[in-house]
Design a protein around this ligand. Structure first.
Ligand code: GLC
Length: 752
């Protein structure tokens, strides 16, 4: 039963001075005092605009001591920190807050625990391909156990921004293009992070982000405008955040972007009318980094003071590192420009979250001993390996080239195959690349004989070749002349049985501020593949990437393809498990893979238009690119095969029941993610040709079959009319069931 803290909150508020109230709204990042004597944020800006190199920035980061503004903390001017990730520092700062400030209000420590803390699991886009809420919850629980041991009280996760544009780098951080799937993923993560009781020492507050519709950034360019109808916002984006609020999330992070001209950080309609009044959210809102101050750049606030007035009135409780509240609110309240009731409401939200997190009753929720005994526990690595196994998608397996036998001699190409750190993916803030198992190491650990094809000299240009690639070494990209080695693949792979080629992106090519106008595989990787194919050996491509890539060449010319994403600390072992058939792959894509960047945004739940794409000239299509996807949403293969039959659709008063029989028609056991979609043929507004209504992962022995049922409610089939009335009227519907969004059985029914 949720405890009622209101009396304790009001009692505390009654004692607080104006400055102490404002202090609760201030979240600081650990600033770095280095040779430049500037703040961490300024140092970042200096790197971004090229005044210092990334190497210089890294050197400064490593040499500078951290400044936690302890005098301000003692004066009650700080309520939270972002980025403190060790027990000793957290407890030291907490001691100052609890024992050296007038009211002893505990700090709440926030951190980006996006896909694991030290035991890094696959990037969220990868883990979403497991279609497995139980797994998502378990990895969330593990992340909470590990992060809370390091002093973290709140994670800035789950990210449930529906993302339909592969150019946007942050597609890597969420659960793909479908709003139902993002909602299921987010709710499971909230339950995992917050546990059975949020006040437990090993529970952390889930801060759902980025509210809202950040994934709809125009042109896939990060931080760009978001402009859409209210109908689309409510049908295709808001439900994933609401699922997390309904799951009990106690924090929300408004997004950097505007929605139809009003930045989320100052969007009262979003933060008060929707979040509080409609959805009953009782936790706290915390801005994105510097986002309140950036409302001046947006052009919605005249200056920082104006930004502070608008944000506090809109329902933005905590200011992450922009300092506009701490600089302006006291004078604004005293002058009457800001109603102190708005300030009190924000403080109450933050205090309520701190009470719910158990911080008042137990401000010291970890110790260095607990941290030491928790980080990278063996059972965490076992779960990370399971998560990676269930996230890796088998996209192609011509001639059943996979699984390999362990006595095969493997030629390994592509620098990423030898790199550990790249396996972390984006947003592995507290992690250490050295904790990862590279693909090369995983293959060797599985007992395979592996020859590096990245070694040796370029036949025409011997001095340009790369150093002999020792399988156990992590090799930096600069040491590899990957473009010029085509000449000696044949020689190097002469006595290999198969070749495995690691292709894709580095971990820094997706995530924040990592949009790509072109998502095509780079030329030098295509050249490498051509050289490998020319050897005549069977080639298996393993993709390491943080977004859907345009890979028509690979799909056309490489017989076996695994989409591994950035799989985390157990990357190499999980890949070896799949490559050698210890685990039968079961993952399915949660984003569409286009042929070209020009098709973006591309997604399965599209509308039909008045001239559906086809052969005829005057229809909606491209002259230079197919209208279909290279691989569609929901697609993924197995080492066995599945057949669907006997789809039945039964319309009841308020629910439609869809049943389908699935059989394992292959030679080994396997898991199949059965998907159910529907289409409303006619509406007061045009409707998508397919919408995911439900999914179920089933396990079938070879020859076994199972009948799966889905129940879809009128509510699920509802939508908004032109006047924003939510309508659930009947009509002609088609229901689909299948193993991906493009290849389904279907049945039509009239609903009255
Ligand atoms: C970043 C990201 C956000 C993250 C925050 C705190 O700018 O937008 O996702 O949680 O800063 O690090």
């Amino acid at each position: 039963m949720k405890e009622n803290y209101e009396a304790r909150i009001q009692e505390l508020l009654g004692k607080m001075t104006l400055e102490e109230k404002i202090g609760q709204l201030q979240q600081c990042g650990p600033s770095l005092v280095g040779a430049f004597e500037v703040s961490f944020e300024e140092l970042l800006n200096m790197m971004f605009d090229g005044r210092i190199s990334e190497e210089e920035f890294g050197r400064l980061m490593s040499t500078a001591e951290q400044d936690f503004h302890e005098d301000d903390l003692r004066a009650g001017k700080i309520g939270s920190y972002n980025g403190v990730g060790d027990a000793a520092t957290a407890n030291r700062l907490q001691k100052i807050a609890v024992e050296e400030t007038r009211l002893g209000i505990p700090l709440i420590f926030g951190y980006d625990v996006i896909h694991g803390f030290r035991t890094v699991t696959p990037i969220p886009l990868g883990e979403s391909c497991a279609w497995d809420p139980d797994l998502w919850k378990r990895t969330g629980r593990m992340a909470a156990q590990e992060a809370s041991a390091a002093g973290v009280h709140m994670t800035f996760a789950p990210m449930v921004d529906v993302a339909k544009d592969a150019r946007w780098g942050r597609v890597s951080e969420g659960a793909g293009e479908d709003v139902l799937l993002n909602g299921c993923y987010g709710a499971a993560k909230v339950q995992g992070f917050q546990g059975e009781d949020l006040s437990n020492d090993d529970s952390i507050v889930a801060c759902v982000k980025h509210f809202a519709a950040y994934g709809a950034a125009e042109a896939g360019r990060d931080y760009n405008r978001v402009d859409m109808s209210p109908q689309r916002l409510w049908e295709e984006y808001l439900p994933s955040y609401k699922a997390c609020v309904d799951a009990g999330a106690m924090a929300i992070m408004p997004a950097f972007n505007d929605i139809s001209g009003v930045p989320c950080s100052v969007n009262r309609s979003l933060l008060m009318d929707v979040l509080r009044d409609k959805w009953g959210f009782e936790g706290m809102t915390v801005s994105d980094a510097n986002a309140i101050a950036e409302c001046v750049n947006h052009g919605i606030a005249a200056d920082r003071e104006d930004a502070a007035v608008q944000a506090i009135h809109a329902g933005m409780d905590m200011d992450m590192t922009s300092n506009v509240y701490t600089e302006n609110l006291a004078e604004l309240v005293r002058s009457g420009k800001v109603d102190e009731a708005d300030l009190d409401r924000a403080v109450a939200d933050i205090l309520r979250t701190k009470f719910a997190a158990g911080l008042f009753d137990n401000p010291y929720q970890t110790s260095e001993e607990r941290e030491q005994n928790t980080i990278l526990r063996p059972e965490f690595r076992i779960l990370a390996r399971e998560a990676a196994q269930k996230s890796i998608v088998l996209l192609k397996n011509e001639g059943n080239l996979l699984p390999l036998s362990e006595n095969m001699k493997i030629g390994l190409a592509g620098v990423t195959a030898f790199q550990r750190g790249e396996m972390l993916g984006a947003w592995a803030v507290g992690a250490n690349g050295e904790d990862c198992v590279s693909l090369a190491e995983g293959l060797v650990a599985a007992g395979a004989e592996v020859v590096s094809l990245m070694a040796g000299k370029d036949a025409e240009n011997p001095e340009s070749g790369a150093k002999e690639a020792d399988i156990s070494d992590e090799i930096s990209v600069t040491e590899m002349n990957i473009s010029g080695l085509a000449g000696n693949y044949a020689a190097l792979s002469a006595d290999c049985d198969v070749i495995i080629a690691a292709i894709g992106e580095t971990k820094d090519q997706s995530g924040e501020a990592a949009s790509h106008a072109d998502i095509t595989l780079p030329d030098e990787q295509i050249a490498m593949l051509k050289g490998l194919i020319a050897t005549g050996k069977p080639v298996i491509a393993v993709l390491f990437n943080g977004r859907p890539l345009a890979i028509p060449f690979v799909a056309e010319n490489v017989p076996a393809i695994l989409e591994a994403w950035h799989p985390g600390v157990e990357a190499g072992n999980a890949l070896a498990d799949i490559l050698f058939g210890k685990v039968n792959p079961s993952a399915k894509l949660t984003t569409t893979f286009p042929y070209t960047s020009g098709q973006c945004p591309m997604y399965y739940a599209h509308i039909n238009t008045g001239r559906p794409g086809g052969k005829a000239k005057f229809t909606s299509k491209y002259l230079d690119t197919p209208l279909t996807a290279v691989y569609p949403f929901g697609y993924g293969l197995s080492y066995t095969t599945f057949a669907y039959r006997d789809l039945a659709v039964q319309a009841g008063e308020d629910t439609v029941t869809v049943t389908v029989t699935v059989s394992n028609t292959g030679t080994c056991a396997g898991d199949e993610i059965v998907q159910c979609y529907f289409r409303r043929h006619t509406g007061k507004r045009v409707r998508p040709v397919k919408q995911l209504a439900g999914f179920e992962k089933i396990s079938l022995e070879a020859g076994e079959e199972k009948t799966v049922s889905f129940w879809i409610t009128r509510e699920q089939m509802g939508y908004y009319d032109a006047e924003m009335n939510f309508v659930t009227e009947g009509g002609k519907f088609t229901f689909f069931a299948g193993g991906n969004s493009a290849d389904c059985l279907d049945g039509e029914v009239d609903i009255f």
